[in-house]
Design a protein around this ligand. Structure first.
Ligand code: SAM
Length: 239
């Protein structure tokens, strides 16, 4: 997968070369380009913002540098992702859908965001999604892009060592994952649930499923409400 990020703070994206993602890049599973938007400005001050039409506080990112940057960086048909608190929610399902695509371009906004015409114009050349990573307001799109790129790339085949761990993660099937434990079996008066030490694989699978349902019901009743009842057994529907 090819990922391009446009930003006025390229150094903010340095974590993209660390850890799992750094290894995935080294192995050729992902290739990432981070580009300074200011290289597409046309004035000596390398200006990327201007005051908003209609008045109001703050500044808006100008369409001109964004238009040139996208013409230069975006591969034909590549999805453009515009992070914004006013976007549709970014979820695991969105990450899974994007993980099947050959290329993504991320446009990091700052100030009051990017002139709306950039997304409108870019939609003429390929898919554009304005997405939010949560109901709060960040200072810029860079940290949102770090979140989204990590969520997408760990779903690419070969990036996470054990594919099963991705399959059983929270949100993969609409539920939260239950608790995990490792050695020792007893720690400071807290014991690992005995079933996990039993060697009874079917029993362990049943316990994990029950814990997952219970945790989801307690912490995220909104997710339970969204579950397709066909994906729950009759007994589970009563949990
Ligand atoms: N005036 C905008 C609004 O109220 O919708 C907020 C702009 S915010 C201060 C600046 C930039 O941070 C946005 O353009 C976007 O790139 C990023 N941003 C802030 N919160 C975000 C969120 N929850 N999800 C994704 N991106 C966000």
């Amino acid at each position: 997968m090819r990922i391009d990020v446009l930003t006025i703070f390229p150094e903010y994206l340095a974590p993209l070369s660390q850890s799992l993602l750094g290894k995935a890049t080294a192995r050729g599973l992902v290739s990432i380009g981070v580009h300074d938007l200011r290289q597409w400005t046309d004035d000596v001050h390398r200006t990327v913002d201007d005051s908003p039409y209609g008045g109001g506080p703050g500044m808006v990112m100008r369409a001109e540098p964004w238009g040139r940057a996208l013409e230069s960086v975006r591969l034909p048909g590549a999805r453009l992702v515009v992070p914004t608190p006013a976007g549709r929610p970014f979820t695991q399902q969105v990450a899974a859908r994007w993980a099947t695509e050959p290329a993504l371009v991320f446009a990091c906004g700052r100030y009051e965001g990017i002139d709306q015409r950039v997304a409108d114009w870019a939609a003429e050349a390929g898919p554009v999604e304005e997405v939010s990573i949560g109901d709060y307001v960040l200072a810029g799109g860079e940290s949102a892009v770090l979140v989204m790129v990590e969520a997408v790339t760990r779903l690419l085949p070969g990036v996470v060592g054990n594919a099963e761990s991705v399959e059983f993660d929270s949100h993969a099937d609409g539920l939260l994952e239950g608790p995990s434990y490792t050695r020792p079996a007893s720690w400071r008066g807290h014991d690992v649930p005995p079933v996990l030490l039993s060697g009874d694989h079917a029993g362990i699978a049943r316990w994990r499923r029950e814990q997952s349902l219970r945790r989801t019901a307690q912490r995220r009743p909104d997710l339970v409400a969204q579950l397709d009842s066909a994906s729950l057994t009759a007994a589970e529907q009563l949990v």
